[in-house]
Write a protein that binds this ligand. Sequence first.
Ligand SMILES: [Zn+2]
Length: 136
Amino acid sequence: MITHTGGCHCGRVRFEVVAPAHLEVSDCNCSICSKTGYLHLIVPAARFRLLRGAEALTTYTFNTGTARHLFCSVCGIKSFYVPRSHPDGFSVNARCLDEGTVTGMTVAPFDGRDWERQLPEGRAQWLEASEQQEVS
Ligand SMILES: [Zn+2]
């Protein structure tokens, strides 16, 4: 586990996230992710820290309202947000990480268009025991 940094395009929003150097990310085909090309790095809340820019963030919600899509109000980039699948954690856009710390990415497709069939309980569970400890 290492600390990656990233942020929006204009630099107002900056964060750090603890994750492996080789990232496991998901490429979701839902109505909003497919339009933005968002690559999800989903982490427990304890592994994400907003360094600056909270005042620049604006929130967009739709459908169930569970996901809180957070955009920089100046440059429009969604560099991270609170995902419907893990409302107690964060999804970081792997495309918004700074260069230099990511050694590679494994991209897995996620069929967010058919949400109810993918996640009949409405959300996903944390897979790794270590992650469960960190969020408990
Ligand atoms: Zn910005």
